[in-house]
Ligand binder design. Structure first.
Ligand SMILES: Nc1ncnc2c1ncn2[C@@H]1O[C@H](COP(=O)(O)OP(=O)(O)OP(=O)(O)O)[C@@H](O)[C@H]1O
Ligand SMILES: [Mg+2]
Length: 245
């Protein structure tokens, strides 16, 4: 494992408090001869157990940033440190392991497998985990119950509402007990009632200690977020702390 070198006890304390650290993060997309800097030197620290919202205009770099946090893409320059590990230093298989064990992803379009039941969808990430089929089943049932979907285990995605599908996707993201959930506009395709349900589920998870970073356009959905980061033109323009009950 490549951990960042700590020179003092204070540094070690820092490592434990901050679960994600971004240092001078650049992402320059190249389209032929044209270069487009989607991120222009982002510095950011996310506390363990924090619920953070990232907001800002379309094209400001929110998804790009989340993809770098999730090791789905590599920065052009700068570092991402997840739980003390600099992820650019990791090899492909180590990166896959980190993605599978520490991170859970939730996307706007749910990305469920259409011909599988809710239960089977939640089990997919557990297949490589070493759990027996019976243990996988039990865990998937527990996770569906946790997101309020007891009784819907056998439904396929097209037999569920949008909000229910997203809750299946959240249960799937929790399959390997991640410390961090990265959610890119998780309510973007939902009506306001379903969006509220999804936010309540995320809030409950956060209360159980999961760190959540959520990109959203909807400022009605940030009431449980401890901090709101406003992005503009590839940088964090401002940061607002919120009092969450
Ligand atoms: N693969 C890519 N190749 C080239 N340019 C890209 C690529 N992905 C994103 N961009 C550009 O980078 C900028 C930031 O994109 P990004 O998707 O991060 O924005 P966003 O804040 O998530 O926007 P939205 O709110 O619309 O989802 C945009 O100008 C976009 O066109
Ligand atoms: Mg986006």
């Amino acid at each position: 494992m490549h951990t960042i070198q700590s020179q003092s006890v204070e540094d070690k304390h820092e490592l434990s408090e901050w679960i994600i650290v971004a240092i001078d993060l650049w992402k320059i997309y190249r389209l032929g001869k044209i270069e487009y800097p989607a991120l222009r030197g982002v510095n950011m620290r996310i506390r363990r157990g924090e619920f953070v919202a990232i907001v800002g205009p379309s094209g400001s770099g929110k998804s790009t940033l989340l993809n770098l946090f999730g090791a789905l893409d590599r920065p052009t320059r700068g570092k991402v440190i997840i739980d003390g590990v600099e992820i650019s230093a990791l090899k492909g298989d180590e990166l896959a392991k980190l993605r599978n064990k520490k991170l859970g992803f939730v996307f706007q379009t749910f990305n469920l497998i259409p011909y599988m039941s809710a239960l089977d969808n939640v089990e997919v990430p557990m297949i490589a985990s070493g759990l027996s089929p019976k243990e996988r089943r039990t865990r998937a049932e527990e996770l569906l119950a946790l997101v309020g979907l007891k009784g819907f285990e056998r439904n396929r995605p097209n037999e569920l509402s949008g909000g229910q599908q997203q809750r299946v996707a959240i249960a799937r993201a929790l399959a390997n007990d991640p410390q961090i959930i990265l959610a890119d506009e998780p309510t973007g395709n939902l009506d306001s009632k379903s969006a509220d349900e999804v936010i309540e589920v995320l809030h409950n998870l956060n209360n159980r200690g999961v760190t959540i970073i959520m990109v959203t356009h909807n400022l009605n959905l940030i009431k449980y977020c401890h901090r709101v980061l406003w992005m503009k033109d590839g940088l964090v323009e401002k940061e607002v702390e919120q009092n969450v009950k």
